[in-house]
Write a protein that binds this ligand. Sequence first.
Ligand code: URA
Length: 287
Amino acid sequence: MTDVQPLKPISNSAQDRQALIAARMQYYRDLGIYDFYRRGEPLENAAWLENLSAVSGEVQYQNSIDVEEQEISARKPFPPAPAIAEIVDPAKRAQALNVIRQDIGECTRCTLSAGRNKIVFGDGNPNARLLFVGEGPGADEDAQGLPFVGRAGQLLNNMINAMGLSREQVYIANIVKCRPPGNRVPEPEEAHTCTQFLFRQIDVIRPEVIVALGSTAATYLLGGKSPLNALRGRVHSVRDARLIVTYHPAYLLRDPAQKKEAWKDLQIAMAELGLSPPAREQSTKTP
Ligand code: URA
């Protein structure tokens, strides 16, 4: 008969834990495994991630969109999105958007009003099939009262044109309509206060496809925070529209290598809209 020791109950004492680890190591050695490494050790020089804005020449979005996984504090659960409104007759959509603009008025519903010059309501075709949603106005937008008119806006225009569309055919809006100081990420209270108007705009325009530009747009449209890359490459559903998530143009200005990834996202949006990219000009070069 083999000598079987009676099982002792294992406590959580340091001694028992050491004994367990030693037994497990012995078990691995018995299997012929000698080398171990620990998973999830922090990279020694991961600090470079925090210094992106310091090494980049782009200053406009240095606080908010350097790294796409932005810090959006999730202090309170997201309030439920309002019920989707009735469909508005396409001929009356421009007028319905004006009513929303009037309801916003000279808004002081949140603290962002204190530092803004102009409310950036949104711009484009009231019957657009495609809606782009960014984070919030920057300095240029705050000065002009129009979304995406700075450097990031120039890149967005190029993205729209690459899809075979013009800016006049689409609609462009933001999560918040007033510029956050120093271009910081909007606080949840600010975003929730403002998205009630964005949701009304979406219900009037009835876009078939919404493209969320960056993490803030994705978070507040989808009603919760997830890593941007976990949201990309899929078709989500928001307010009766299909939603595609991609990188914010300001992020693409910093990391142009990601443009090809963004183009993949835009191609999903185009497929959803039944669009094919415009034919490229014939190259004179041999392939
Ligand atoms: N970035 C945004 O998110 N929105 C704008 O309107 C401009 C830049």
